[in-house]
Design a protein around this ligand. Structure first.
Ligand SMILES: Nc1ncnc2c1ncn2[C@@H]1O[C@H](COP(=O)(O)OP(=O)(O)OP(=O)(O)O)[C@@H](O)[C@H]1O
Ligand SMILES: [Mg+2]
Length: 253
């Protein structure tokens, strides 16, 4: 049970000022027993020594850096308490890959986690630059960590002007591969879901990404492109050097 107490220590430790990471809608960091058991299982399986530090606490997930045997690993825990059932279902129903999964209120979050994992795997298969997925157990995903030891990679939105065009181009190239080769539409593509590290952009946060066969795939694609183009415009970036991605099957757009 050592791992649990290590987690508890992290949470109790003031030096991380954990409260800064707790969103307004979160009462505090409480894991139910099942989540703790899953964390414990994964820690054993991946020989994880300790939780290094929390990276982010959003409405829907908690993200930690944990220390594996050789390299940094990210543990993303989907919260069960703030689950927006209908919202999530919109991105699962209609995706042929997940058509036959049983989706009760209790297990929908597991489908969501598996979907993010499957999307990451699919992207890797087509060499889209995304974190490497390592494991998924119920509502927890392990994936490779992107960043320096003490500081996670910056998001595209936080990149300084002189490096922005390069990282933006890189993000659009990866997005293009995702759409045209992996045939997945991210559906939440923006400057918030791109990590920038050593001149390369990585696309993250794929729970909502859908197959291009999803009935709303085209709509999601258009929205992604509007987000990215408007980011470019706001920052006076040019789209000249990039071949803009096309929706699978479309020739002239
Ligand atoms: N593999 C990774 N390596 C380093 N940092 C990561 C990684 N994955 C996620 N992060 C960090 O954690 C944050 C939240 O992750 P993600 O976007 O996947 O979750 P989310 O639930 O959508 O959170 P949010 O609502 O804040 O977008 C990211 O913005 C990023 O800063
Ligand atoms: Mg995100």
């Amino acid at each position: 049970m050592e791992d649990r107490s290590a987690l508890k220590q992290l949470i109790d430790r003031d030096e991380f000022n954990f409260n800064d990471f707790i969103g307004e809608k979160t009462e505090g960091l409480v894991f139910d027993k099942r989540t703790l058991d899953n964390i414990y299982t994964l820690f054993k399986q991946f020989n994880i020594k300790y939780v290094d530090y929390p990276i982010s606490s959003g409405k829907e997930s908690l993200v930690f850096k944990v220390e594996g045997a050789k390299k940094g690993i990210v543990m993303k825990i989907f919260k069960t308490s703030t689950l927006r059932f209908q919202h999530i279902n919109d991105y699962i129903d209609g995706d042929p890959r997940f058509a036959n999964q049983r989706k009760s209120r209790g297990t929908l979050i597991y489908v969501w986690a598996r979907k993010e994992y499957a999307n990451l795997l699919e992207c890797r298969k087509f060499r889209v630059r995304v974190p490497e997925p390592l494991a998924v157990v119920n509502n927890i995903i392990l994936m490779s960590y992107i960043g320096e030891r003490r500081t996670p990679a910056k998001k595209l939105k936080d990149i300084e002007e002189s490096q922005l065009q390069g990282y933006f181009n890189s993000a659009m190239i990866e997005y293009g591969k995702m759409v045209e080769k992996a045939k997945l539409i991210h559906a939440d593509m923006s400057e918030y879901n791109v990590l920038c590290y050593r001149k390369r952009s990585y696309i993250i946060d794929m729970g909502q990404a859908v197959s291009y066969k999803h009935p709303k795939a085209k709509e999601f694609f258009t929205r992604d492109m509007v987000n990215m183009k408007s980011f470019a415009k706001r920052n006076e970036l040019t789209l000249d050097e990039i071949v803009l991605p096309k929706f699978p099957g479309d020739t002239n757009e």
